[in-house]
Design a protein around this ligand. Sequence first.
Ligand SMILES: [Zn+2]
Ligand SMILES: [Zn+2]
Length: 273
Amino acid sequence: MRIKFWGVRGSTPTPQAENLRYGGNTSCVEVRLGHALYIFDCGTGLRSLGHQLLHESNGRPLFAHIFVSHFHWDHIHGIPFFAPMYNHPQNLFVFHSSSRNRSLKRVMEEQMASPYFPVDMSEMKAKRDFCDIEQGRIPVSDEVTVDCMWLNHPQGCLGFRLATKQGIVVYATDNEPGDAIFDKNVRKLAEGADVLIYDAQYLPEEYEARKRGWGHSHWREAVNIVMESDAKELILFHHDPDHNDACIDKVVQEARNYYPRVRAAAEGMEIEL
Ligand SMILES: [Zn+2]
Ligand SMILES: [Zn+2]
């Protein structure tokens, strides 16, 4: 299994020099298992992944399962710029998410409706399926199980756990601590995982002072979760737009005082399991 980070920023892209070592694109993580392709979230990082996929496929059709945690802009903004959606009628993308009281297809199409974008989804030649999911197990393939659970975020957010023989990766972003049910959900998702990718948007002191109720976490809670769930490696993710590279370096150093296997997600970073 190979995990690659294409977008690691939270809230909004930050293409400014002091952020570029970790990266300015918003949430997008690729997981490869042989030829099988799984994508977690469609932030602006999805655009670069799309170019890479076109380059690799060399004209052959592409297929991917795409798990969308929720529909805030930083998690969907790459969709209109994902070139494989336009280029090949045999490409197939299966979107999985929960849109609650509207259909997933409609929620995805509306983000490209007039007047928000110059062309609508009918311009996209690729085939697409929309699977409205609920908390629980999502059937994807014989070799892979994907489980999802609700996290604590305005309008809701799903966390995902992808398990194979090679290992377990958990993608749990946009989650605020402090609610007993969701605190339990995220620990259950993370249980024994090889890699836990988790929301560390704020510094603990920022969270306490002025960010309660905004739906995000901080590195100290991330460390609590990794230790309480017996996950192995912690990847701090969804970096705040106002946290530059030096700030994130400092967060990693501090977190390592509590738990040694901590890294901050950076664009282009890869993990092999
Ligand atoms: Zn977000
Ligand atoms: Zn959000």
